[in-house]
Design a binder for this molecule. Structure first.
Ligand SMILES: [Zn+2]
Length: 236
């Protein structure tokens, strides 16, 4: 059985106390790590020592700004010695190094941090996962992922507009976690709105919506949609 745990189901504003975007695949790969993710990782008692790496969708703070706190925890709390691998789209190395330099200038880590910039539409293999990045419409570097292990496929949208790139990303996967940010979208914002998903273009075996606030989550549930909560585990 494959397991994905929701660490943070919230948007950039931590509305209703929901944590920033962060998901745990099995117990060894983190998918996105927003500024406030470490707080929820610790409150859920996730064993950070088991993580092999972090996979990022894009460089907005609610998806990647938790990296410095994670690395500092490895350095000063857990005494990590083995490498930590950060994977993501083109620009990953520069974005992460700029973030580290700004938040903790001069810190020397005692363990290797390896940055792997993944090519879109090409499979990469890491920690037992087959990772397939696909561009989505949000920021210029934004990708979503199809990730396969144990013969099952999981998709994560990151942040995305509601368009054919997103439909292709989630098509026929066993579990898709898809962002839902608002009620209505006039097309000016690259996020998914509740009014848009009613057209049924998202076709996956199971879809869980995330990146929400409570009122939106309740409205979605009233339409028989499944919505994530911090700490939920999904098996498929
Ligand atoms: Zn974003």
């Amino acid at each position: 059985m494959n397991r994905v745990r929701v660490i943070g189901s919230g948007n950039a504003f931590n509305m209703d106390g929901r944590a920033h975007a962060c998901y745990l695949l099995e117990d060894r790969l983190l998918l996105d790590c927003g500024a406030a993710s470490l707080l929820r990782l610790n409150s859920l008692e996730v064993d950070l020592g088991k993580l092999d790496g972090l996979l990022l969708t894009h460089f907005h703070g609610d998806h990647f700004a938790g990296l410095p706190f994670l690395l500092l925890t490895y350095q000063y709390v857990l005494g990590r010695t083995r490498p930590f691998v950060v994977l993501g789209p083109a620009g990953l190395r520069d974005a992460c190094r700029a973030l580290l330099d700004l938040t903790y200038p001069g810190v020397e880590l005692s363990f290797p941090v390896e940055y792997r910039e993944l090519e879109s539409n090409v499979f990469s293999h890491f920690s037992g996962f087959d990772i397939f990045p696909m561009p989505v419409t949000h920021k210029k570097e934004s990708v979503g992922y199809r990730i396969k292990w144990n013969e099952k496929t999981f998709a994560f949208s990151g942040d995305s507009a509601y368009d054919s790139l997103l439909f292709d990303l989630v098509h026929s996967v066993d579990l898709a976690i898809v962002e839902l940010s608002m009620y209505e979208n006039d097309g000016s914002v690259a996020h998914v709105a509740l009014s848009q998903i009613r057209d049924g273009s998202l076709q996956a075996k199971r879809i869980v919506f995330t990146h929400v606030f409570n009122r939106l989550a309740e409205s979605a549930r009233a339409e028989q949609l499944e919505v994530a909560e911090d700490g939920n585990t999904y098996e498929f």
